[in-house]
Write a protein that binds this ligand. Structure first.
Ligand code: 13P
Ligand code: SF4
Length: 322
């Protein structure tokens, strides 16, 4: 094994062979140096790979936590180790900072399922009905919306409007789950997450048969029959908190699979069953990409100011209501 100046972060000792860490360590050192030189922080979504999540992230979390932290940071540069809509949200909330997305291909199937013109058409079809938009959307779609939500606060946001009907965009399955938690009537769109829509209820039943005492945690972007099989439904951070609080003997997180690696690193006493559905967009983000982003200040997020003002209103309104 090659000796490195940067020791392996403690949580990784449980999940990563030292030889693998020695391949990451030079990039981790370069990123740490560049963060200091650039006055930068790395915000990392829970789906990042462990060497990013535990190795270089200053702040980790779900979409809601990353948005809040992006709004509050004084760092000059924010590197979003996540996908494009997360970087756009960070830029909306802290427009004087340089926000970098390390790979321009890091999109999202939900964000690409709907345009601003679609939202305008829906408003024409449902006059006077407010539009609640999942943060997994472009700034253009946010600009046409009344308020945003994330998977962590969707029910609370829908109910905060005090109306009996809302247009809820663009995730059909998240909307169908919210509809089970509230009396508010939801007009839905047919966007889906390409990762969560692949899970099936049969698959979950097979896990239960194969692993005794299995606790099933699922993200609300999963189809309704999958959520019906789950013992707990929550955002990515909601699932992580649930494991920390209840310490199940054996658990499966029905979501993007890097998250189980990150959580398993912190809870070696919990056994994780790990089906692996990867998000190809999240996996565009690598240590190399983060290092290059900091070195060359690429790729900065730019949002046309008038559009940004309208989109920001919807995100600010969410943060004030949750
Ligand atoms: P969270 O807000 O739960 O982190 O979800 C974001 C996401 O993209 C899930 O696929
Ligand atoms: Fe989008 Fe799904 Fe990937 Fe999350 S996991 S970024 S919702 S495609």
């Amino acid at each position: 094994m090659t000796a490195t100046a940067t020791p392996m972060p403690q949580p990784l000792l449980h999940i990563m062979p030292p030889a693998e860490w020695s391949t990451h360590a030079p990039l981790v050192e370069r990123i740490t140096r560049l963060k200091g030189e650039r006055d930068a922080i790395v915000l990392a979504h829970n789906y990042m790979t462990p060497e990013i999540f535990h190795g270089v992230a200053d702040i980790t979390g779900d979409s809601l936590a990353l948005a809040r932290q992006a709004a509050e940071t004084n760092a000059h540069v924010i590197v979003m180790a996540g996908v494009e809509f997360m970087a756009e949200t960070a830029k909306l909330l802290n427009p004087t900072r340089t926000v970098l997305i390390p790979d321009l291909r890091a999109g999202c199937s939900l964000a690409s399922s709907i345009t601003g013109a679609d939202v305008r058409l829906l408003r024409e079809r449902h006059p006077g009905v407010p539009v609640v938009t999942y943060v997994n959307t472009s700034a253009e779609v946010k600009a046409e919306s009344d308020i945003c939500c994330t998977s962590a606060n969707a029910v609370q946001i829908v109910e905060s409007l005090g109306v009996d009907r809302v247009i809820f965009l663009p995730d059909e399955y998240l909307g169908r789950w919210v509809a089970t938690q509230t009396d508010v009537d939801l007009v839905l769109w047919t966007g889906h997450c390409e990762v969560h829509e692949r899970f099936t209820a049969d698959e979950l039943r097979a896990y239960r048969r194969a692993w005794g005492g299995l606790e099933i945690l699922a993200h609300p972007e999963c189809p309704p029959d999958v959520l019906a099989e789950a013992d707990f439904v929550g955002s990515t951070s909601g699932m992580i908190r649930h494991v920390g609080r209840t310490r199940p003997t054996r658990v499966v997180m029905v979501t993007e699979c890097s998250m189980s690696d990150n959580v398993a690193a912190e809870y070696p006493d919990v056994e994780f069953v790990r089906p692996c559905n990867l998000c190809p967009h999240m996996k565009r983000i690598t240590l190399q990409g983060i290092a290059d982003a900091l070195e060359h200040l690429r790729y900065p997020v730019e949002i046309e100011p008038a559009l940004a003002d309208r989109a920001r209103r919807a995100v600010d309104r969410m943060l004030a209501a949750s």
